[in-house]
Design a protein around this ligand. Structure first.
Ligand SMILES: [Zn+2]
Length: 393
């Protein structure tokens, strides 16, 4: 087979070799076996697990024996996409490489540079004479379909405390940290009682939202918090009975919209005045980050509501919930190291649920924030469950 790449350069050699062996997600066995052969031929210790993850261990180069073990990681599976008009069998055929304007491409299909580049770089290091500490090279499967290989990998095969992950980023950026996360779901059950006061509907809209990992430091408005703030401002003047409340769609997104129905003795004009005042405050606070925030009051519907006490408990809980960035790095500018997103509020016939997404670069940050939420939940009669979550970036 004709070479497209320069095989005197090890990483190019190993990359092109890889494109000749099918390695889409769930179909990594053949490439996994290639890695095993690679290790055997070089007398390197290896493990191939039952999912076809492979770890190759390389002893330290001379003079590097007392260095700490380093783990290198890349995933062997690629995303298999092809143009509609192309006939191609990803389970059997080698990719058809070509170079155009200095860029390596594959004819009508994806190239698998993600994460073929990482895999090729690791093989080049294992095969070459670049000095290195003891290495644990981890090649995982099924990364693109949910990090399945990495999740399945048995920790007993790994001894390194330092990791360089060779995925994403590209040559011009380096990922030096990542965040773990947890969700705290607080739930409160209640009884409904008949109401006779006027019913209103309140909405907070116009916010720009964003990813709760990547955008949490940008001072964006959180619709759930702003809705609760408006309702609480009303409740300070006159008792409020909640009929319904909801906001946010996904736990990894800053909520853009939130809605509530409630009953209250005050007439529409009096409530509107409070709403206007709170909205003005918000517009000023969010002048540069979320200038289109809008709080609207309309007539609502409903015959039964939570008691005034239960409604107040919810509003106090939401008001005290710590939202947004909690900590940022003092050594890397612009890096958030702990945050919390009061992400999703749902309500049905007799329960209100609040899902908070917590992120932190340190486990202790995550634990502390979770504890804060749990204590608040306890204080206002909510039950809570916390679960560690794998965070997608
Ligand atoms: Zn990748």
């Amino acid at each position: 087979m004709m070479n497209i790449l320069d095989h005197t350069k090890p990483h190019q050699h190993f990359f092109e070799e890889m494109t000749r062996i099918p390695h889409g997600s769930f179909h990594e066995k053949e490439y996994s076996d290639y890695l095993v052969t690679f290790a055997k031929e070089r007398g390197l210790r290896y493990v191939q697990d039952d999912m076809y993850n492979v770890i190759i261990y390389a002893p330290a180069s001379q003079g590097y024996e007392d260095h700490e073990i380093l783990l290198l990681q890349a995933h062997m599976d690629m995303v298999c996409e092809k143009n509609k008009d192309v006939e191609f069998d990803f389970e059997k055929e080698p990719l058809q490489l070509y170079i155009e304007d200095g860029w390596l491409k594959a004819k009508g299909t994806t190239l698998g540079a993600d994460d073929g580049c990482g895999v090729a770089a690791m093989l080049a290091i294992l095969d070459g004479d670049m000095p290195h500490p003891p290495l644990e090279c981890v090649f995982t499967v099924q990364e693109e379909v949910g990090l399945c290989g990495a999740l399945h990998l048995d920790g007993k095969y790994i001894h390194a405390k330092r990791v360089i992950n060779l995925d994403g980023g590209g040559e011009v950026s380096t990922c030096t940290t990542s965040a773990g996360g947890a969700n705290v779901i607080s739930q409160r059950t209640f009884m409904r009682e008949p109401i006779s006061d006027p019913v209103y509907r309140l909405s907070v809209t116009g916010l720009s939202g964003g990813h709760s990992g990547g955008e949490i430091h940008r001072e964006k408005g959180n619709a759930n918090k702003l809705l609760a703030r408006t309702l609480y401002a009303i409740a300070k003047k006159e008792a409020v009975s909640l009929i319904h409340v909801e906001g946010g769609m996904k736990d990894n997104a800053i909520p853009r919209e939130a809605f509530a129905s409630f009953s209250c003795k005050l007439d529409g004009a009096a409530i509107q005045e409070i709403v206007n005042q709170v909205e003005q405050e918000m517009k000023k606070e969010l002048e540069f980050s979320d200038p289109n925030v809008k709080v609207s009051l309309t007539k609502g519907e409903g015959r039964e509501a939570l008691s005034v006490e239960d409604s107040l408990d919810y509003l106090r809980f939401m008001t005290l919930l710590p939202h947004g960035m909690h900590h940022h790095s003092m050594s890397i500018e612009g890096l958030t190291t702990a945050s919390m997103n009061a992400a999703v509020v749902t309500c049905d016939e007799n329960t209100i649920m609040v899902n908070c997404s917590v992120r932190g670069a340190l486990e202790s940050y995550i634990d502390t924030i979770c504890e804060e939420i749990e204590l608040l939940a306890d204080a206002f009669g909510f039950t809570h469950v916390s679960s560690l979550s794998g965070m997608e970036l």
